[in-house]
Design a protein around this ligand. Sequence first.
Ligand code: NAI
Length: 279
Amino acid sequence: MPSHNKLTAMAYNLLKGKKGIIFGALNSQSIAWKVAQRAVQEGAEIVLTNSPLALRMGELNALAEECNAPVIPADVTSNDDVQNLFTKSMEHFNGGVDFVLHSIGMSINVRKGIPYYENNYEFTHKGFDISALSLHRVLATAMKMDAINEWGSVVALTYIAGQRVFPDYNDMADNKAALESIARNFGYFYGKKNKVRVNTISQSPTLTTAGSGVKGFGGFIDYADKMSPLGNADADQCADYCVSLFSDFTRMVTMQNLFHDGGFSFTGVSQEVMESMGK
Ligand code: NAI
């Protein structure tokens, strides 16, 4: 796919003076990786975090160096780890944070190719804890510790399978539905308490480690690209959108699920897909 993204070359200082925590950068394909780079280009200071398992892969060090960011390990299923992450981040920044990116997803059922209707509930529980409940845990911990500044912004990444059926998305579909619901509900309470906003971005299929774990992902990407009037949104463009939501230009946007998908979600069928059907 051609890169139609000229914006990333430019910086507007949209996040000047802001401080944030970025979850989920695993390698240079990760959406969170691009968000980290883009946020720093826009003047933010960041802390990077991922599970101890992911950190053992060692790739995050290069990004940490590039972004001049500390890496603080946290398994999002652990209350202690998440609490420690906020404690250390607040020490590092000498105060609270202005934005948080939740870019985390994992399903053992998907990994093992177990179909939805035969899901193993131990695997389902684990995936739910990592992919959905973790947003609640992060927000609840931050609220208790008063770790997010007024008008702070929290963004979690989701996929349209949380709202419409995509058979091979498996139990991640339920996880995403719950994730979107948690963003909406916590957005209410955190908005009331401290004017913190919480949104989800529903991103086009994107070639990453998590993405390519989904069965038939290549076909999926092509189909979405043909269905979307603007084509699929790539990870760099997703990073641009995240930055806009962390910025002061979107201060009254909260509790929303925001589609970043080139128009896919509201297209019934495209000419290209129709033509391929006639063949
Ligand atoms: P990725 O594989 O690069 O990122 C997933 C991250 O979750 C990894 O960094 C992994 O280490 C982290 N993670 C897993 N278990 C964890 C745990 N216990 N504690 C802390 N972190 C843990 O893949 P990608 O695609 O960048 O995924 C980021 C987010 O974007 C996910 O929520 C994914 O569902 C979402 N998304 C991805 C799409 C795609 O097509 N790639 C489309 C729409 C949404």
